[in-house]
Ligand binder design. Structure first.
Ligand code: CS2
Length: 490
């Protein structure tokens, strides 16, 4: 089978959408760090619409900060890939041309720095996952002991970390009197723009106080809320999509019909693509949208993922087939919603109903195991914030802590059948050692894990109501199994 490329684009079946612009005439206006499936199902799609509407300034250079996999798949395809949107009404395919080139930072950090210093580049977008920011999730401050941060302070011209690359590129642009780019975080961090600004400014201060002052005063870090459920692509997906195309695509992405992007409209020199063409919302205050999404969607997602994985449910849709899991997801949303200042015009009942429908989407095989990754980086903004605010209002938290207790049972690394769990988390070895020492005893395991300061903020960790509620929930999960514990959760 021939490969998807500029040369085979014209031979695709006519009902498959493709770029309506001259890819050769597109300039690079965006560098994206962390070129995973989510970016290619979300931000790249909004940018594709802008290019299709005739604004050629916003081509994307993607950069992987870890592995060459995406580059190796996209390069032979001239950066082209297929977006497969799957919903109840079937699958819609669109070939995307917005990605011009892919760099692999560890192979050639200088090439990425050169791309970041190109005056035509006005925006740097990021999806490097929570752990990609080298920060302390409980405080959102830079983790100054992180090995990549220690390396980048000592070797500023050969960075490895996000703060390292951004700071060095901003320094070089400033020195060359090239205006700074805007830094647009598109990850599920709390107050993501402000948080990344704090991390990068602190890193710069460790290098040079004047550089930090320049970044603090002159570089824009708008916040965003990003939302589109995008499971990891499987070999079956690649084969099925290539068969429909009639050419081989080694890098398609699979996603749902729903998509949302809310962006704080604060860009350097006001320069940005008009992503509203594809439905993006530009607002002055993103916080209500972000907190709503993190606490209602990601909070219930993590709860379903840990308790679902332990019960043997492979996908989120599988957990929705269990009425007790569906009820718990609704309960977690209802309790978290009491802590929210809803965005203007938002209807919480309609929003949560839509979330459950999205989880039920049978066409999306979103593995619980995938969502279980990096719990130490995700729990604070997904569940602990809601729990803290409920306790501050003297409201019960027994339903919200189920996800936390499920995570505790999950990071022991042994499932309910005694089989090993492939726990992916920056802290997995430490968490496993603590679990091995505590044993499968809630009264020992819960307090031990709650005392991990990078995850559980001091005030919450010290709250006896929180400690008791988590220990109770964990004891029930250990004693009767996740499925039965969920069944009896009111
Ligand atoms: C998921 C998110 O993997 C996870 O942690 O909860 O990727 C989720 O699918 C997205 O935030 C949806 O927008």
């Amino acid at each position: 089978m021939q490969r998807l490329s500029n040369a085979t684009l014209s031979r695709l079946p006519h009902n498959i959408a493709r770029p309506r612009y001259d890819r050769g005439a597109v300039a690079t206006g965006i560098v994206h760090l962390g070129l995973g499936a989510f970016q290619r199902a979300h931000q790249a799609i909004y940018t594709e619409a802008v290019l299709n509407e005739g604004d050629p300034r916003w081509g994307i250079i993607g950069a992987s900060l870890r592995s060459p996999g995406v580059r190796d798949a996209l390069e032979p395809q001239d950066g082209l890939y297929t977006l497969a949107v799957r919903g109840a009404e079937g699958e819609r395919l669109q070939v995307i041309g917005a990605i011009k080139n892919v760099l692999v930072a560890p192979e050639n950090p200088a090439a990425l720095l050169d791309a970041l210093c190109d005056p035509a580049v006005m925006i740097v977008t990021l999806t490097v996952t929570e752990k990609g920011y080298c920060y302390d999730p409980a405080t959102t401050a830079l983790d100054e002991t992180h090995p990549d941060i220690v390396h980048d302070i000592a070797n500023p011209a050969q960075p490895r970390s996000v703060p390292g690359f951004l700071t060095e590129a901003l320094r070089r642009r400033h020195e060359a009197q090239v205006p700074a780019f805007t830094v647009l975080c598109c990850d599920n961090l709390p107050h993501n723009g402000r948080t990344v600004a704090g991390i990068v400014t602190r890193f710069a201060a460790l290098r040079d106080k004047a550089l930090a002052a320049f970044i603090r005063n002159e570089v824009y870090f708008p916040s965003t809320m990003v939302d589109r459920i995008t499971p990891a692509t499987t070999d079956e997906d690649r084969a099925a999509i290539s068969a429909r195309l009639g050419v081989e695509d080694a890098a398609p992405v699979v996603t749902e019909p729903f998509t949302q992007w809310v962006i704080e409209d604060r860009f350097s020199r006001g320069l940005r693509p008009d992503w509203s063409i594809a439905g993006a919302e530009f607002v002055t205050d993103v916080a209500p949208y972000e907190t709503m999404k993190l606490r209602l969607l990601n909070g219930s997602h993590s709860t379903l993922a840990y308790l679902g994985y332990l019960a043997g449910y492979e996908t989120v849709a599988d957990t929705m087939g269990d009425a007790n899991y569906r009820r718990l997801a609704q309960a977690v949303m209802d309790d978290a919603a009491t802590t929210l200042k809803m965005p203007p015009g938002a209807d919480v009942a309609a929003y949560t109903r839509a979330l459950l429908e999205r989880y039920e989407n049978p066409a999306l095989r979103h593995r619980t195991w995938q969502i279980c990754m990096d719990g130490s980086q995700k729990l604070p903004q997904r569940l602990l914030g809601s729990i803290r605010d409920r306790l501050a209002a003297d409201a019960p938290v027994d339903r919200l802590v189920m996800g936390v207790a499920g995570w505790m049972r999950y990071v022991t690394g042994v499932d309910e059948q005694g089989k090993p769990i492939d726990v992916r988390d920056p802290l997995s070895a430490r968490l496993r050692a603590m679990a091995d020492e505590a044993g499968l005893v809630a009264d020992r395991l819960a307090p031990a894990l709650i005392d991990v300061r990078e995850i559980f903020p001091g005030e919450l960790a010290a709250d006896p109501r929180f400690r008791a509620a988590v220990t109770r929930a964990l004891a029930r999960i250990i004693a009767m199994g996740a499925k039965a514990a969920v069944a009896e959760t009111p």
